[in-house]
Design a protein around this ligand. Sequence first.
Ligand SMILES: Cc1cc2nc3c(=O)[nH]c(=O)nc-3n(C[C@H](O)[C@H](O)[C@H](O)COP(=O)(O)OP(=O)(O)OC[C@H]3O[C@@H](n4cnc5c(N)ncnc54)[C@H](O)[C@@H]3O)c2cc1C
Length: 484
Amino acid sequence: MPHPLHRNLHDLTTRTFDLLVIGGGIYGLTVAADAAQRGLSVALVECADFGSGTSFNHLRTIHGGLRYLQTLDLPRARESVRERRALARIAPWAVQPLPFVLPLYRSLTKGKTAMRCGFALDRLVAHDRNDGVPATHALPGGRVLGRAAAQTAYPDLRALDITGAAVWYDYVTVEADRLTLAWALAAAAHGAVMANYAEATSLRLDGRRISGATVVDQIDGREHHLTAHTVVNATGGGIDRLLKPLGAAVALPLLQAVNLVTTRPGPAAAIGGRSLSGRNLFLVPWRGRALFGTWESPSICTPGDLTIAPAHLDAFIAELNQAFPAWHLTRDDVALVHRGTVPAKLRDGQPPTLDGGERVYDHQNAGLTGLVSVAGTKYTTARAVAERIVNRLFDWLERPRVACATATTPLPHVPLDGDALLRHAATAEMVCTLADAVIRRTTLGALGCPDAPALDAAAVVVGDALGWDAERRRKEIAGVRSLY
Ligand SMILES: Cc1cc2nc3c(=O)[nH]c(=O)nc-3n(C[C@H](O)[C@H](O)[C@H](O)COP(=O)(O)OP(=O)(O)OC[C@H]3O[C@@H](n4cnc5c(N)ncnc54)[C@H](O)[C@@H]3O)c2cc1C
């Protein structure tokens, strides 16, 4: 079994760490795991549960960057290929190959000939995509099908006036939240000291050098002072909250991004579609259900604002029905709305669009040393971004660099399911609420709110392990329901 996660905020205050990571999403956790594996002493605080922010809400696709070939962005395409391969090597239990099908129409730049050229280039860029990958996870090369073959193989395309379809393979994360948590388990195995439900409320300074953070335990309300030589601010959409008081805000524009988990059965392949406004959308089969995404808000949103306006939800469903006309989706089909914020690109006179690359801010230009902030745009490439950040930390700490090994070290895996996994999570994976257990440590609540008997049974298993009384169990069940 992997190294257990135990929550003890006192442990975080007893020494000066080489690194304090603030934020336990995929970006913070990969930094913590990498730094700890390379021998740095690491602390991490997360104000809610690990992986409960944007990292919970992604579309579960691990993509090899085919889209970057359109703009001939070969470095980014290569990075995506490498990171997709790394995940298949280090966590084959978490990902599965999935065909992606894009309907093609008569077009010079997006038609059959253009896609054939794209796949030819992809064969070169992704020539080593299967090196070291288990045979079960080997990805075939992409191909272009004619209209008849495409419509025979993929019934979703029958209603469309297509010329053919492009078919390629990427991975889908079948164990999306266990994959995120696996990075926390890996960090702990290498000695990182971590706490969820611990919010960094301010950064601490020694002159203009960062010396740690003040952290408030969200469970008992106590304040703690953590000291560290370096800090990585990996707070996702909340990036500026800690930076503003230091005059180092980066004013990162953000868009809301939304997926819909529906109650409808998913098809055998992921299908692409285009709405009338030209938005590219995907229907992804996930755990037997159809998941639709990703829709970005038409305008910049306020950091932390995750309320989806009813008008936005209706607009998204309307666009899905344009892109997937055979589905006739309505609000009644929606079991869960995934939402998060993603960095946006602003261009004069144009609506904001999703930013393609991560932003890593070294705050030395604001006169602050020892602090780096990261705002990632892809779950897929978080590990590579973490590797670059940790390289930089070694330089700041004036230590000889130790080579990164996270691309080849298997991530911890817990081979349990059902009640056994719930019980293990409650005792060894820092579960603080029933929602942590049913939504992120297991997939009980991944497709929508579990029914009453399932929730009651989960509250018994987790409640018995954590010593909850009847009143606490009732509150925890209500807490899970309120999330949906
Ligand atoms: C709808 C949607 C679909 C997507 N689909 C895909 C996809 O299919 N494939 C892909 O590769 N990428 C996808 N992405 C992008 C990907 O999900 C994100 O790039 C990634 O999850 C961002 O991770 P993060 O760690 O930066 O942010 P988060 O996961 O938000 O982590 C930040 C964490 O910091 C914590 N925090 C904030 N403030 C504090 C504080 N003061 N103290 C302590 N903790 C704090 C938060 O609680 C949060 O847990 C998608 C994104 C969205 C929104």
